[in-house]
Design a protein around this ligand. Structure first.
Ligand code: GLN
Length: 481
């Protein structure tokens, strides 16, 4: 296999054996980008020279020495454009690295590609809301790669990246991983520092890995997890070696199947793939039990109140003064400059969310919407607490449908919002969840299996996901490009 198609753990072996070095790996990726980026458009701001694709200015000499990583455009990289694929952040080069980037650089990783495409400010499920235009799904270029971390998932799936970082507020790592046939994990809220992640909804956001297999996911989790005094919501709890969970043994594990996830609206082929996955897990010695998460139906409305409320407050800082774009017409004064800058700089979906969020927080509506949503959020969390008294983890489809066509849902925001129905509850509850490749539809589109477990038990997710992966062929399939 070409170097660019290998996983990080395979590359580390190559490097240790003296076979290839970091330069060879980067050249392999550059060649692949030249061949594919025009079609997949997973990277934004790529120039042809190749050299500018890599930022190895401060690469340390740790355990991941020589392995490049691709990074979503909302994670701060010192001196390298970080614009959340929004015009309002045009030209913004952060003066510091996000904690995850600092940790990775210390481990010897360099940032590759400048950077991966996303929905503007991570608002979306298709990567169509990017000011750079949409990314295509490598399995069918007419389909979306999912979102909002669609660029990260697409470049990993098409071997234009070794692995990547995404962010997940309501499913933005898991849903694109599922659509593109790769592994994506949203860690427990507080497991990975959010310092340097440009905030969308601070009580829901987490950074996490998008990788070619579960071993890489465990290795990347080892590198980015841990307490950070710079993020007050980061939790000071021991980080296990996640690779130790890759035992392959799931005998006797109790897996819950939430009945609320197998209802109308679930695509028949997706359902069949998940049922087959269930049989596979049983054949490996797990027991599958029905469970109920009765408040599931409220997850989407609750999320779109809380997430937009937090987004409207977080986005208030983009006013043309401190960052990015500024409307230069100052004749009408400062307030007018703010207005013009925001009008020009934000895309349609960002404006919709700011208006919605401002409304639910406004005097007179705060109790009816925001406060009530917070209460229902607690009920959703309690559903999981109850379920985890009886089972070790839960399995569900990651998304109710496979990848849809570019343009198909963009004019119907409600339909788009419903794409996240199975991923949102994990963010509202703070629990970890992973998506692993579980099969394909007849038309050759990937389908992901979602596994969820208790806070700070990412090891459990990796254990189940790895056992499933090692006993199925899905993660080895590659799109024909
Ligand atoms: N698709 C969801 C939204 O539009 C989730 C996005 C995310 O996780 N960043 O808000």
């Amino acid at each position: 296999m070409e170097l660019n198609a290998l996983t990080a753990h395979q590359l580390l072996k190559e490097i240790a054996a003296g076979g290839s070095g970091s330069r060879d790996i980067v050249s392999g990726l550059v060649a692949r980008n030249k061949q594919l980026n025009q079609r997949v458009k997973g990277y934004v701001r790529l120039d042809d020279s190749g050299e500018s694709l890599i930022d190895d200015r401060s690469s340390g000499s740790g355990v991941l020495k020589g392995i490049p990583i691709s990074v979503k455009d909302n994670i701060c990289t010192k001196g390298l454009n970080t614009e959340c694929c929004s015009q309002i952040l045009q030209g913004f080069k952060p003066p510091y690295d996000a904690t995850v980037i600092r940790k990775l650089k210390q481990a010897g990783v360099c940032v590759f590609g400048a950077k991966t495409n996303m929905d503007e400010f991570a608002f979306g499920s298709s990567t169509e809301n990017s000011c750079f235009g949409p990314t295509s799904n490598p399995w069918n270029l007419e389909c979306v790669p999912g979102g909002s971390s669609g660029g990260s998932a697409a470049v990993v799936a098409s071997d234009q990246a070794v692995w990547a970082l995404g962010s997940d507020t309501g499913g933005s790592i898991r849903q694109p991983a599922s659509f593109c046939g790769v592994v994506g994990m949203k860690p427990t809220y507080g497991r990975v520092s959010r310092y340097g992640l440009i905030a969308f909804a601070s009580s829901l956001d987490q950074i996490g890995p998008i990788t070619k297999d579960t071993r890489d996911c465990a290795i990347l989790m080892n590198a980015i997890s841990g307490h950070d005094p710079l993020d007050s919501t980061s939790v000071d709890i021991e980080v296990p070696d996640f690779t130790e969970s890759l035992t392959g043994d799931i005998k006797g594990l109790k897996i819950g199947i939430p009945k609320e996830y197998f209802v109308e609206g679930l695509d028949k082929e997706v359902k069949a793939v998940i049922e087959e996955a269930m049989e596979k897990l049983k054949s490996l010695g797990a027991k599958c039990l029905p469970v109920s998460l009765p408040h599931t139906e409220y997850a989407v409305p609750v999320y779109y109140i809380i997430a937009t409320a937090e987004a409207s407050s977080n986005l208030a800082r983009f006013d043309g003064v401190q960052y990015g774009l500024r409307n230069k017409d100052l004749k009408q004064g400062l307030i007018d400059m703010y207005k013009r800058t925001r009008q020009e700089g934000f895309g349609q979906e960002a404006k919709r969310r700011i208006i919605l969020g401002t409304f639910v927080l406004s005097h007179g509506y705060y109790d009816a919407y925001y406060l009530r949503a917070l209460k229902v959020r607690t009920l959703i969390k309690q559903d999981f607490d109850r379920a985890f008294r009886d089972v070790d983890c839960l399995i569900t489809p990651t998304s109710p449908t496979p990848a849809f066509r570019i343009g198909e849902r963009i004019k119907d925001p409600l339909k788009m919002y419903l794409s996240d129905i199975f991923t949102i509850s994990a963010n509202l509850s703070g629990i970890p969840a992973i998506s692993v490749p579980a099969g394909f539809t007849r038309k050759g589109l990937p389908v992901g299996l979602q596994i969820l477990s208790e806070p700070f038990t990412e090891g459990m997710l990796l254990r189940v996901a790895h056992a499933f992966e090692q006993n199925t062929p899905w993660h080895k399939e590659k799109p024909k490009l």
